[in-house]
Unconditional design. Structure first.
Length: 72
């Protein structure tokens, strides 16, 4: 399953790269992409439900960029 989310207040490309790297390390995530330019994040998983994974994604992203809002 692959889903794209809109981001708000992502401040820099370096933060986007750090978020992407952290998301890719999560269990169940097969691929991830975070774009500073488009303010979008794509998460790909092998699971049927994204709910559990997205809770973890939001957690790791808040550690990197506390002001960033992920519209789930």
């Amino acid at each position: 399953m692959k889903k794209t989310f809109k981001l708000e207040d992502l401040d820099c490309a370096n933060c986007a790269a750090k978020m992407e790297h952290a998301i890719k390390k999560l269990d169940g995530v097969t691929n991830a992409s975070v774009s500073f330019l488009t303010q979008k994040m794509t998460v790909e998983t092998d699971r049927d439900s994204l709910d559990e994974i997205m809770r973890e994604v939001v957690k790791v992203c808040k550690k990197v960029e506390p002001d960033c809002v992920i519209h789930v």
